[in-house]
Design a protein around this ligand. Structure first.
Ligand code: SF4
Ligand SMILES: [Zn+2]
Ligand SMILES: [Zn+2]
Length: 316
């Protein structure tokens, strides 16, 4: 197989695009495609200051690399969740993010959840709802809260996450299986800042396959953490990804078509306005961030129940 552009031996064949490329052309193709998505979905303007949420995994580090190469002013934020049992997941992924940033002269902010808030994610999960709460639900809530706070306090125009097409298609399939109207309405390449205090969220890799972000990271020699977080085992997202991979095997492009047809249907008014529940947002009485919960937001209530009185989330 040969590169379609230069005829050199191909490094990757993308069946869904009927496109094979050599290494040099592939590592330029990914930024081109990313920029097209940024423009198409009006994610960000060139002069805007972006914050990239990095986890140490291939997608988020590849995204930071691509945004940097495209000339965006993009800082990184790493949230240390205190997941250190077993392989030392948090310590390892944090070190990889730090060395990535140092090698490129990029600015990385590190927020340690145990140091700032007094307990690790597994500890908070254990103390929350008498241990019935799963670390992932606590983790998602905490990460969203902290990232929104940093964007808000430090004037970033948008928070960029490394979600790829496989992530988006798996979430879409999950939500479609349960017809979760609110989630389906909110799933989009850009989540606009619909009210003050809420950061715009963008997913520049939403049309890029996971195998392509992995190939890009490899070809760009980006060191990333291969191990998954120990709590990801048995997650429904992995299950739906497997199903979609089987479909893709039979019909190249199935995932992309599934996702893009969904976005198109939404544009054409498939979902009624107002179903997202966003209009009910108000400011949390404790931290001032937008919330739909009455009184204090879910983040503040979580920490109130899980930590001693001295260690409470900071007020605005
Ligand atoms: S798998 Fe769960 S606990 Fe681990 S980083 Fe992801 S959301 Fe957090
Ligand atoms: Zn080539
Ligand atoms: Zn709050």
């Amino acid at each position: 197989m040969r590169c379609r552009i230069c005829g050199a031996p191909a490094a990757i064949n993308m069946r869904q695009h009927k496109l094979a490329l050599c290494r040099a052309h592939f590592v330029d193709w990914i930024p081109e495609q990313t920029e097209r998505a940024i423009d198409h979905y009006k994610m960000a303007d060139r002069g805007e200051k972006l914050l990239v949420a990095v986890s140490g995994g291939k997608d988020s580090l590849a995204l930071w690399d691509v945004l940097h190469r495209l000339g965006y002013a993009a800082d990184g934020v790493y949230i240390d969740l205190g997941i250190d049992e077993g392989i030392g997941y948090s310590g390892k992924s944090r070190a990889l993010c730090e060395s990535f940033a140092a090698a490129r002269g990029l600015n990385l902010q590190v927020v340690s959840v145990p140091a700032v808030y007094g307990a690790s994610i597994p500890d908070v999960a254990k103390k929350s709802m008498r241990g019935r709460r799963k670390p992932c639900s606590v983790c998602g809530l905490v990460k969203r809260h902290i990232m929104n706070r940093i964007c808000r306090e430090q004037g970033y125009a948008a928070l960029a996450t490394g979600h790829n097409l496989d992530d988006e298609a798996a979430v879409l399939l999950h939500n479609a299986m349960t017809w979760s109207g609110g989630y389906l309405v909110r799933q989009a390449p850009v989540l606009a800042a619909t009210r003050p205090g809420l950061a715009r969220k963008i997913k520049p890799f939403c049309r890029i396959y996971e195998r392509e972000t992995a190939a890009y990271a490899l070809m760009q020699k980006i060191e990333y953490i291969y191990e998954e977080c120990p709590y990801s085992e048995g997650s429904s997202t992995l299950y739906y990804k497997e199903i979609l991979n089987r479909m893709e095997e039979d019909r190249p492009g199935a995932k992309l078509q599934f996702y893009l047809a969904f976005l198109q249907a939404k544009d054409q008014g498939l979902f009624a306005p107002g179903a997202s529940g966003e209009s009910d947002l108000h400011e949390c009485a404790q931290c001032g961030q937008p919330t739909s919960a009455p009184g204090k937001c879910a983040f503040c209530r979580l920490w109130e129940n899980a930590t001693p009185p001295g260690l409470r989330p900071p007020s605005p």
